[in-house]
Design a protein around this ligand. Structure first.
Ligand SMILES: Cc1cc2nc3c(=O)[nH]c(=O)nc-3n(C[C@H](O)[C@H](O)[C@H](O)COP(=O)(O)O)c2cc1C
Length: 217
């Protein structure tokens, strides 16, 4: 490729039919709007619509971001699970706050969530671990995520041994597996517009409940 800048500039943004979003009709609770947008993304054929970017900050203030799967939203907040020894697990232990970002390209929609996080009690983390398929439990129980890997053979061997351990002890729970809940301070809904008059609606949590306000795009 001779000119990447030109190539990138030529790529379409916000192509195709985009949905309408009228913030005046938005529900009082951000969770309600989120589930509405999520199911719309599913209906539009967005792959892994429950995948989100989890952003954390380490003890020295260095940010990191990676994609994770949203597990649930309940009265406590937004839930995801991590291995405590992974870099993101260590970040959350030292600096218990995070941002979640969802992006559904087919709809030109983004949702940003931000707030403090806390680990759930051990029994809830255990229940989440046991609900995972055997292969996922085996992989998680190896517990060396993001450490340097010598070669693929070493991985194959570790996965095979971990699967055998899980098969022999199906009720085994990795104590490092941690279900986290993020309590949202803000949830922002962003609807892209072909004319670049994007719509942004932010819910901010206050003592009186959720306050909604529009933001400049
Ligand atoms: C669609 C998608 C889903 C993912 N889901 C998870 C997940 O649920 N848990 C997880 O630990 N990593 C998941 N990953 C891998 C993470 O993005 C990341 O590579 C890994 O967790 C290591 O991150 P860390 O080094 O910051 O701890 C997923 C990646 C993608 C692309």
């Amino acid at each position: 490729m001779t000119d990447l800048r030109q190539y990138l500039r030529g790529l379409p943004v916000f192509a195709g039919e985009l949905p309408a979003f009228d913030p005046a009709q938005a529900p009082q609770q951000p969770d309600t709007l989120f589930v509405d947008w999520l199911t719309t993304a599913v209906d539009a054929g967005v792959r892994e619509p429950h995948a989100m970017t989890l952003s954390t900050v380490d003890a020295d203030g260095r940010p990191s971001a990676r994609v994770l799967i949203l597990k649930n939203i309940d009265d406590h907040g937004w839930q995801f699970a991590v291995h405590a020894a992974s870099p993101k697990g260590q970040d959350l232990t030292r600096n218990p706050a995070a941002a979640l970002t969802f992006y559904w390209p087919a709809l030109a929609r983004q949702v940003r969530v931000q707030g403090p996080v806390r680990p759930e009690p051990a029994e809830r983390s255990a229940a989440d671990f046991l609900a995972r398929p055997t292969g996922s439990r085996a992989e998680a129980s190896i517990g060396r995520q993001s450490q340097p890997l010598a070669d693929r053979h070493t991985l194959d061997l570790a996965v095979r041994q971990a699967r055998e351990r899980i098969t022999d002890a199906p009720n085994f729970v990795d104590p490092n597996w941690t279900l986290y809940t993020l309590t949202a301070n803000t949830v922002e809904f962003w609807q892209g517009d072909k004319e670049r008059k994007h719509t942004r609606l932010r819910y901010a949590h206050s003592a009186d409940g959720w306050v909604r306000e529009l933001l400049w795009p």
